[in-house]
Write a protein that binds this ligand. Structure first.
Ligand code: TYM
Length: 326
């Protein structure tokens, strides 16, 4: 059975972009593939984190996964840092990755500009991500478009290792949904909706107060020509709302354009808000019953044990091929 894997960082809030770009995709793939979904807590410490907050965010993210419809019986759910073989695999891959490749990653270039004294973890972050992916022979990686370059690097590293040491890794492929590859900020629809945005009015969080969610959508930036048409270049605000709408309803762009032909922006925004609020209210209800329950502990133990064994096997094979140890 083919394997599908993705992870999210437990950095504060989980946005509608995270949900549509990654979690929602997994809800579909869990029915077709051997699915792995984890909390990328080791990735989150590439920038400073407050320990108590981080611990809370990790637990909360697991509960969000399950509340979003990730079925623990169909997925291996785990916390990255509970598996010591992931950083071990990552180190062996790091020694097969060039500094130039890492320094050219778009996300590194952006983030290193924002932090004056950044750690080397920010640079080597994509190698750890490659370890996450190829360490368990992942075939498919559902991500938003901002992570595509990192999955491609994982492919390059896998290919290089296979050439040098013989077949060791499966070549992973990014899975990027046609809709929702990049949900944009509601106030500034030319940039990605991101948890780190300064102006929170443009960012919707999965666990946010639903009245506020509605307000944010109703006051989303649009244009003045009053046409509900998908045209990201000239109408980024409306196109972003169409994208959100089709991602959650499964309708096509053409169907939406037809349905709202002649309608004003207020009517359309209200419909988008209804769809988003409806989706999030179900998640929030389930979240309340899941967070803090013992049931999560069992799921995480199982996930930790299965993945530790898989990564250990891969690590031993790599060690042997490289000539390490006795
Ligand atoms: P992270 O935590 O930044 O984001 C988690 C997922 O959400 C997607 N995403 C979006 N999709 C659509 N629109 C947006 N506005 C938006 N914002 C975020 C991201 O593309 C991502 O899929 N490095 C990863 C975590 C990671 C990982 C992995 C992912 C670590 N190891 C192995 C896949 C496989 C990250 O920081 O994602």
């Amino acid at each position: 059975m083919k394997r599908v894997l993705t992870g999210l960082q437990p950095t504060g809030v989980i946005t509608l972009g995270n949900y549509i770009g990654a979690i929602r995709q997994m809800k579909v793939y869990q029915n077709e593939y051997d699915s792995f979904l984890f909390v990328a807590d080791l990735h989150s410490i590439t920038i400073p984190q407050e320990p108590d907050e981080l611990r809370e965010n990790i637990k909360s993210l697991i509960a969000i996964y399950i509340a979003c419809g990730i079925d623990p019986d169909k997925n291996t759910i785990y916390i990255q840092s509970e598996n010591p073989y992931i950083p071990a695999v990552s180190w062996l891959l790091e020694c097969n990755t060039y500094y130039g490749e890492l320094s050219r990653m778009t996300q590194f270039k952006d983030k290193s500009l924002k932090h004056t004294n950044f750690t080397s973890g920010l640079l080597t972050y994509p190698v750890l991500m490659a370890a996450d992916i190829i360490g368990v022979d992942t075939d498919y990686v559902p991500v938003g478009i901002d992570q595509k370059q990192h999955v491609e690097l994982a492919r390059d590293i896998a290919e290089r290792f296979n050439k040098k040491y013989g077949d060791t890794f499966v070549m992973p492929e990014p899975l990027i949904a046609k809709e929702g590859t990049k949900i944009m900020d509601l106030q500034n629809p030319t940039v990605k909706m991101s948890k780190s945005a300064e102006n929170k009015k443009g960012v919707i969080c999965v666990l946010e107060d639903l009245n506020l969610v509605r307000k944010k959508i109703m006051s989303a930036t649009t244009d003045s020509d009053m046409l509900i048409k998908f045209d990201p270049e000239n109408k980024p605000g409306i196109s972003n709302l169409i994208n959100i709408y089709i991602s959650l309803t499964g309708e096509t762009v053409e169907e939406v354009e037809k349905k709202f032909d002649g309608a004003n922006y207020g009517t359309f925004k209200k419909e988008v808000a209804d769809v988003v609020v409806n989706e999030l209210s179900g998640i929030q209800e389930r979240y309340k019953t899941i967070v803090g329950s013992d049931y999560i502990e069992d799921i995480l133990n199982k996930g930790r044990d299965r993945t530790t064994e898989l990564f250990k096997q891969k690590y031993e094979v790599m060690k042997q091929k490289i000539g390490l140890g006795r």
